[in-house]
Ligand binder design. Structure first.
Ligand code: ADP
Ligand code: ZN
Length: 214
């Protein structure tokens, strides 16, 4: 079962992808995390990516695709949940080509949606571990504020979760990413889920939807 999670930033895509990973044994692939890893490791690509990410701009399709291809190649047959890719129609087409080159198929696109004011509130409360990149938020706070439960490192507000950057990300989402909803609808792959509920309720619905495929 190979999935794409679609939806604006701050709708819990990462948390939902983690839930699916644990429940169904799929690999959670977050292009945002893969890109942040390049930045943290100060690779050549990372130096180029950092200012773009910090201002909420999208990284070039070709560069993200290269990083994603490497990651998919390392899965060795394990199924996956893509979180953060595709982010525009061109990436949707690139993904189709990449999967068919690798003899893989996309089974389902889960679209999660929430009202904008809730998204801004969630993102400004969100913290991420500087080391293992685990995300904490209103629904899932760390036990000790500012410290990661898993590795004891500090958790911080991401630069791109600052309010003016969040507004830019939401604007980009509406104009560039949202059209993928129709793109996948036409292919009969989309399933929409209301993200403005408790995580428990969302997990319950996701589980029901995916049980058909497992
Ligand atoms: P969110 O989904 O909450 O916006 P992500 O961690 O997925 O956060 O992405 C953070 C940033 O990483 C984006 O604002 C963008 O700069 C970059 N990024 C992630 N995925 C892609 C992608 N598929 N194409 C281009 N840029 C991307
Ligand atoms: Zn950590």
């Amino acid at each position: 079962m190979n999935l794409v999670l679609l939806g604006p930033p701050g709708t819990g895509k990462g948390t939902i992808a983690k839930f699916i990973e644990v429940r169904f044994g799929t690999d959670h692939i977050s292009t945002g995390d893969l890109l942040r890893q390049e930045v943290a490791e100060k690779t050549q690509a990372g130096k180029h990516i950092e200012p773009m990410m910090n201002s909420g701009q999208l990284v070039e399709d070709g560069l993200v695709l290269r990083i994603l291809r490497k990651k998919l190649g390392s899965l060795k047959g394990k199924s996956f949940v893509l979180d953060g890719f595709p982010r525009n129609i061109n990436q949707g087409k690139l993904l189709e080509k990449l999967l068919s080159d690798m003899c893989l198929e996309l089974d389902l696109v889960l679209e999660i949606d929430s009202p904008q004011d809730i998204i801004v509130k969630r993102l400004s409360a969100r913290r991420q571990c500087v080391k293992c990149m685990r995300i904490y938020g209103l629904d899932v706070p760390s036990t000790v504020p500012g410290i990661c439960d898993d590795c004891g490192s500090p958790t911080v507000l991401r630069k791109d979760d600052e309010p003016q950057v969040v507004r830019e990300r939401l604007r980009l989402y509406g104009s560039i990413t949202k059209p993928l909803s129709e793109f996948y609808q036409k292919k009969g792959l989309i399933r929409r889920i209301d993200g403005n509920r408790s995580l428990q309720e969302i997990f319950g619905e996701v589980e029901k939807v995916l049980s058909v495929y497992a």
